[in-house]
Write a protein that binds this ligand. Structure first.
Ligand code: ADP
Ligand code: MG
Length: 226
């Protein structure tokens, strides 16, 4: 069973005024299995963020289906759909989106509590994740004290907090210096090598060596690069 599978997705945005519309996705089909590191490249405006938002269930497609862990998410109500997402997907949005008034460690822990888990978090898990992304000593700092590259790595640690089956990341290396960007790619590669799955959207060509499969997106069409 694929972790994520989309079939024949179409997305048309209808603008509120004037009735002009934008076709953001055209007949997009692909899937992500455990152990894969799938990269999608494409120019700005080609539909990448639209695709990610649809496949994590945050945006409904105009046509087509999305299956997460074998379940067709369009058949679920909102609560069940978010529950499935929280249980299986770690989303790294384009901006780190950390809470400025929480420490780095508490930002990493937050999804555990947002997922409605009553049990205390597994002892030391947030600390271990911070260490994994190379930020062991920054747990007590606040987001304002960190660099862009560090914040991106915190967002990755946060996405891993609930042990997702798949990490979905929207341009996680953009605006990072080359060393930080490589650090992010190394983390993703390690996740896939340990049997996890990663789907990453990127502009950077260097991050592609690490991927196990590569797609190009242009004007809403997705094509696998041979
Ligand atoms: P990318 O992430 O590759 O830059 P997007 O998925 O953000 O591309 O956008 C794809 C196309 O859809 C663009 O033409 C964009 O202007 C349009 N678009 C994105 N979101 C909306 C929206 N909420 N309403 C109308 N058009 C949108
Ligand atoms: Mg985008």
């Amino acid at each position: 069973m694929a972790i994520l599978e989309v079939n024949n997705l179409e997305k048309i945005y209808t603008t509120r005024f004037g009735g002009s519309s934008v076709q953001a996705l055209r007949n997009v089909s692909f899937s992500v299995e455990a152990g894969e590191y799938v990269a999608i490249m494409g120019e700005s405006g080609s539909g990448k963020t639209t695709l990610l938002n649809i496949l994590v269930g945050l945006l409904p497609p105009t046509e087509g289906t999305v299956s997460l862990m074998g379940e067709d998410i369009s058949k679920l109500d909102d609560a069940k759909r978010s529950g499935l997402r929280n249980a299986h997907v770690g989303y790294v949005p384009q901006s780190a989106g950390l809470i400025p008034t929480l420490t780095i460690l508490d930002n990493v822990r937050l999804p555990w509590y947002l997922a409605g888990k009553r049990d205390a978090e597994p002892e030391g898990r947030a600390e271990a994740l911070l260490e994994e992304v190379g930020l062991k000593d920054l747990g007590s700092q606040f987001p304002s004290a960190l660099s862009g590259g560090e914040l991106r790595r915190v967002a990755i640690a946060r996405a891993l907090m609930c042990s997702p089956d798949v990490i979905v990341a929207d341009e996680p290396t953009s605006n990072l210096d080359p060393a930080s960007a490589r650090g992010v790619v190394d983390i993703f590669r390690a996740i896939a090598q340990k049997g996890g799955a990663v789907l990453m959207v990127t502009h950077d060509t260097f991050s592609l060596d690490a991927s196990t499969r590569l797609y190009d997106m242009a004007e809403g069409r997705l094509e696998e690069r041979p």
